[in-house]
Every structure is written in C-alpha cells, then in structure tokens.
Design a binder for this molecule. Sequence first.
Ligand SMILES: [Zn+2]
Length: 354
Amino acid sequence: MVTANALNEESLRRLPKVALHDHLDGSLRVRTVVELAAEVGYAGLPTTNIEELTEWFHQDKPTNSLETYLQAFGHTIAVLQEPDALRRAIFESVEDLKNDGVVYGEVRFAPELLVRGAMDLVKVFDVAQAAFADASAEFGITVNMIVCALRNHDNSLLVAQEVVKRKGGNIVGFDLAGPERGWPASLHREALALLRDARVPYTLHAGEGDGVSSIEDAIACGASRIGHGVRIADDISVDGVMYTLGPRAEAVRATGILLEVCPTSNLNTQMYPDLSSHPVDILFRAGFAVSINTDNRLMSRTSITAEWSRLAETFGWGSNEFLATTVAGLRAAFCDEVERDRLLAEVVVPGFRG
Ligand SMILES: [Zn+2]
C-alpha cells in the first residue's frame, strides 16, 4: 500500500476506479459543445471561444446559482438532440472515464430531454444503448446506463416501462433527477413499483437539495442507492474529530445503503463553503457506505482523480480510503454479480496492490 504522501495526481489516476454518479449531459467536452452547436445550428451559447466557454461552464463562482447551473444544462441538452451528437458524446464520455482510471462506470441521463430533434423516446434508448455498448468495447471498460426520469415532469411511468422492456442489456438502473424540494420520490410511486416488480434497481437523488426526510423518503420508496445523501449529516453532531449520530442518521447507516457522494459538485451548489466543511470524511469514518463521484465533470471541472486528490489534501485520505470507497461502490454497482466479483478480484484489488 502506498501512503498518502506518495500519492501524486498521476499515481492516483492509475488506480482503478468505479464511477456510479456521472451525468452525461454534465460531462461533455467544451470543444464538443462548440462543434456540435455549429453542426446543429444552435446559436444560444454565451460564447464559442473555447477558453471563455470553459470558464463560463465552470460553476465555481460566487455569482453562480441554480439558474446558471440550469442554463449550463440547457446548452448541453440543446446540442444532444441528434443521434450522431448523442453517440459522439457517449463515446467521448467513456474515453474520458477510461483516462481517469475508471474500470467500471454507470452514466446517467434523461432520455425525455433529448426528443426535440430527430429522435423520439424509443430512438434515444436505441442510440444510447448501441453507443454505450460500442464505446465500452472500443475502450475496454464496461460503462452501463442509468436512465433518469425527472421529478418535476410526469413521464416517469413511461420511462420506467421502457427500462423494464429493455431489462438485461446495458441499461442497469433508474434514477429520479431534477429538483428535490417539493417533488419527493413518493410522487413517482407507480413507476418505482413497476421497476421493483421487474427487479430493476434504482438510485434516487436525495439529501442534496432537500434534507434528511428526502433520504428517508427515498429509502422508503425502495432505493438501492442514494444520489448524494450527504445531508444525512444534518442528524450528526460534530465536535472536533468526535461525532455523534442522531437516531435518523443511525437508521440510515444501519440500512448499509450506498451514498454516491460528489464533493466538488456540493461545493459548486453552495451546500458547503469548502471541502473541509463537507461531511464526506465524517460519513466515511462513521461507517456509512460511501463512494466518491463527479456528478458533472464539465460544470465542476473535475474527475474522480481530482476528487481523490482534493480528499488526500484536505482529509489526508490515502489508498486505504480510496480502496474502501471503490469497493463500497462496486458492491452497490448495478451490474451482475459475476462481473462485480471479477472486477473486484481481478482488477480493483490487484490495481491497488500495484
Ligand atoms: Zn446528480
């Protein structure tokens, strides 16, 4: 095992990683956004200068708000409405994950947002499934798909039905994305029941835009994992390095449910002023199942390597923590058990032994 001090960015990049919370429309390359905008005749970008647009997309400024965040997605979604554009974005996303050291990934997006051009919902599913399969073969890593429906739209049942129809391929799970507050997972009970009956697992965004009750709601709705979930820390009192779990945090920890933690994204949405105030270290030490993720690589200008590097710097994390969070992620991955065991025994553990 290498010590934290020996972990520079390059050695971190080489370690095997699992990416479970990664939005396709939040992870495009800036140059690709500009080129696709020109191809499809989308004139809405704030600038077509790559450097300026890179800076614009980066949601780390005090002036950033939910509004600019949503505008940023408005641009990426606008350029993904054609089959070739969607295919290109998926290929580049898989290539970028591979270059980050990812050995297994699950990338998510909402098909219902991509039907303003030549594709209908079924076509979006067809194009994306083929592209993820081809890109996985080309880059030699498995990247599966999680299909999102939006909490504030009413398509979740339709989307869930399509997911169930395609069960067994590279669509491995489902998610509810979009605004949490006012749109609890329980509003989508029918879609979730259908998935549960068909044994399609789902992860639900919770405990990001809303508090502990949203996490409890997601668990009550049958979620297998929680997207973010960090606000469970609202029920943990901290005094220096000591912490005490309240009954609600205890109950969530007892379920063993995986929290897909995305530290930089949480700083960008102003949940915490800096990484040292972020609860990721406490949650990990307190025994929650934690995996480290990027959320939106474009808007947060990040990668898992970059997240690890910041965790090493801020909390002194080293290969023990990175291995533990990678294994926790893999155990909760939505791929089949055979693949999970093979990756663990043949790729992840040997990769950390170096
Ligand atoms: Zn997310």
